[in-house]
Design a protein around this ligand. Structure first.
Ligand code: GLN
Length: 289
């Protein structure tokens, strides 16, 4: 546990009360400016505008302490989203815990492409494999209220988070199933299947960097050079798709060609691949029949 000593490094007058501005300045050089703002917003249960407008407001010692504990954990590398317990995705805020992958901007591309395949009029059946926090499933369900979404995950902890998120956003057109990929939906057919499966190769050096070090390995890593889950999903998907149904997958930066090949072999047509905001091929999909 860290005391007020962190403030000493900031050349601040410690006899004066600790204000919002002073606390934020004390974090300078230790963590990213934006991260410091997020942490303090979470401690104060406030927003960005509040911090700016109340820079001179003194804070209770308890709040200062709480911030400094989070600061120390952030300095040690813990992801901001796990410290604050939330992350924005698409147009909604999602609760996250270390049981789930932190929703990422590149996955918003998957949602956008999936939405383009889901009728806003007709009732569609959608399957989200490996739902994690439920970011994809809840966003799709919210944007397509006529649809029926099934969200599957193998992790009990992840499903608890996903269910909370569905409740938080008052989304009722989802049902959750604890299962390994398709094993929980045998005999069912869907119009659109989406997945952001684990796709990082075992031993990939990125796993030792940044947020990835703290995220559930089961949601990140796949065998066969990161392709085992993608391969298994593509091989089985046709048995669970309506005629002309779509499969849309997020994948690793170097896996688009492999995904396209697997999709083609499995009888998919109308293949597409789209780059994320960093210009990296990130989502590939196709139509069955
Ligand atoms: N997009 C994540 C990353 O590379 C990985 C997510 C995943 O494996 N599905 O940081």
């Amino acid at each position: 546990m860290i005391g007020n000593n962190l403030l000493v490094s900031g050349h601040e007058d410690l006899s004066a009360p600790v204000t919002i501005g002073k606390l934020l300045r004390s974090a300078k050089g230790m963590i990213d400016h934006t991260d410091a703002h997020w942490l303090l917003q979470s401690v104060l249960n406030s927003n960005a505008a509040f911090l700016i407008a109340h820079a001179e407001q003194p804070l209770d010692a308890e709040l200062v302490d709480h911030f400094q504990q989070l600061l120390a954990r952030r300095v040690a590398g813990e992801p901001v989203a796990y410290l604050t317990g939330e992350r924005g995705f698409y147009d909604l805020m999602f609760e996250v815990t270390p049981d789930v992958l932190i929703p990422r901007p590149e996955t918003e591309l998957l949602v956008e492409l999936a939405l383009s395949k889901i009728s806003s009029v007709r009732q569609c059946r959608i399957l989200d494999l490996g739902t994690g926090s439920g970011a994809i499933a809840v966003t799709l369900a919210k944007h397509r209220p006529n649809s029926c979404v099934t969200a599957v995950d193998l992790s009990t902890g992840a499903l608890a988070v996903a269910k909370k998120n569905a409740k938080k956003h008052d989304v009722r057109n989802i049902n959750f199933i604890e299962a390994n990929w398709f094993s929980g939906v045998s005999g069912e057919k869907f119009d659109v299947i989406v997945a952001n499966p684990p796709y990082i190769a075992e031993g990939d050096s990125h796993l030792q960097e940044g947020d990835l070090r703290f995220e559930p390995l089961g949601a990140l890593v796949a065998q066969n050079n990161g392709l085992s889950c993608i391969t298994s999903i593509i091989a089985q998907a046709s048995g669970y798709l309506e005629p002309s149904g779509w499969l849309v997958l997020e994948h690793g930066y170097d896996q688009a060609d492999a995904c396209r090949e697997l999709l083609e072999k499995a009888g998919f047509t109308h293949l597409f691949t789209r780059p994320d905001l960093a210009g990296v091929d990130r989502v590939t999909g196709g139509r069955y029949g």
